[in-house]
Ligand binder design. Structure first.
Ligand SMILES: [Zn+2]
Length: 123
């Protein structure tokens, strides 16, 4: 059993839920503003510049992918919170430091494993 305070867990849970909603609405607004996905092509500054919308689209896609990745991590964290496996390192199975979880609730690796893993999702 992980010795994380119930209070801390509750805090993390509500934080994650809030963050998930934010991420979802960010994804939605990105989709709305994406010149390729939306019908907003006519709104490009210079009339009908295709390279402009392709540029913007590429940027939106990478932002969206980032958000989708974050959303997935949030979902995973919420699932493990429900299952009671939250705070366990995915790599070594040890407990993740509570201070680390407090600062980064979506952390799935303990501090020493995350140091060993060059990950672009690391914050
Ligand atoms: Zn570890």
């Amino acid at each position: 059993m992980l010795n994380i305070h119930q209070k801390t867990l509750d805090k993390i849970k509500s934080y994650l839920k809030r963050q998930q909603k934010q991420v979802e609405s960010q994804i939605k607004s990105l989709e709305k503003e994406d010149p390729v996905l939306s019908d907003g092509l006519a709104e490009s500054p210079e009339s009908g510049t295709e390279s402009w919308s392709a540029d913007v689209h590429a940027r939106f896609v990478s932002m969206k992918n980032e958000l989708l990745g974050l959303s997935k991590r949030i979902t995973n964290s919420l699932t493990s919170l429900k299952k009671g496996t939250y705070g366990k390192c995915e790599r070594c199975g040890k407990k993740i430091e509570v201070a680390r979880l407090d600062a980064l609730p979506t952390a799935s690796l303990c501090l020493s494993c995350s140091k060993k893993t060059p990950s672009r999702t690391k914050r």
